[in-house]
Design a protein. Sequence first.
Length: 380
Amino acid sequence: MFRQALAGLVCATALTTPAIAQTYETEAGAVALDPVVEGLQFPWGMVFLPDDSMLVTERSGNLRHVAADGTISDPITGVPEVVFEGQGGLLDVALDPEFESNRYVYVSYAEPGDEAGTNSTAVARGVLSEDRGQLSDVEVIFSQQPKLPSTLHFGSRLTFDNDGYLFITTGERSDAEFRVQAQNLDSHLGKVIRILPDGSVPEDNPFVDTQGALPEIWSYGHRNMQGADMHPQTDQLWVAEHGPRGGDELNKVVPGGNYGWPLLTEGTEYSGDPINPPQDLPDDLVEAERTWVPSPAPSGLAFYTGDLFPQWQGDAFMGALAGTDLIRIDLEGEEVLGDEFLFGDGFPHRIRDVTEGPDGALYLITDADPGQILRLSPEQ
């Protein structure tokens, strides 16, 4: 089984040197961090299959299958064309809630536009072959509008709730000229999107009956959400969101909520200039559950429900890029009590994604070429 094989994996096709665990002291005791797969090209997203193997995206445009023995497959065919530039490329991956019967796989990516140099976040789904070598019947079910000449802020996490609705996070494409559209309901920039698995719009979306609004929109006023997961007790979407220079946020997403960007932030421009709120600031902005200054640069978010770390059940875990760490968010139900940076100064890896494995361990993707998959478990 994958959960057993990865725990002690030393595979010639995946690792060039023996896997040596690093040990860290945490508030829950000593933990071991083992490299279990190596040799991926800027990996971005991962998902476990029912047999405990994995699908992993590489931002360069490849979708890979990582088998139970740790072997990395050749690229799976049928993946849509992606823009591999800047922060763009093949990004997240998710399984349909009914995967075992329909074998649908969903990928998000930077989709090229008709006009040269333009692109945007898109989501496609396809049927994964039994040998895991091909996606067939691939169709685009969401394409962010407008398409723009930017290679930044694609957002792009995918997650399903218990009712089978697909949530997609998008970015506002960074540029000051574009980011104002995060406040506009006729644009997909800086929004959470909620659709059905075939791309159709649920009738109870908050802006379905709002004239001029795009009906896929679930919430707005976001900057660049690169972490998303459903709270295990409430089945409500939470997102981890990049602020500018400072002001990273953890947000609990409510339907129709306005999260304030670019009107209000605890951060500043990268130049150091302040971002001053307008005098007529909306009075119904949704406050963040947690903010960070300076920015750890969050990417990946997962609530923990496993048994390996009983002290951490109900907590959330967030990768950090600039902060090169894994951050535990201490939760009591939906109340944020604090946080813990698990690995501390000197940790060398940018953590791009985090997910709970079937074995109750936490699996981390490192943002690098070559990139790794790391397994976090209690020290034996």
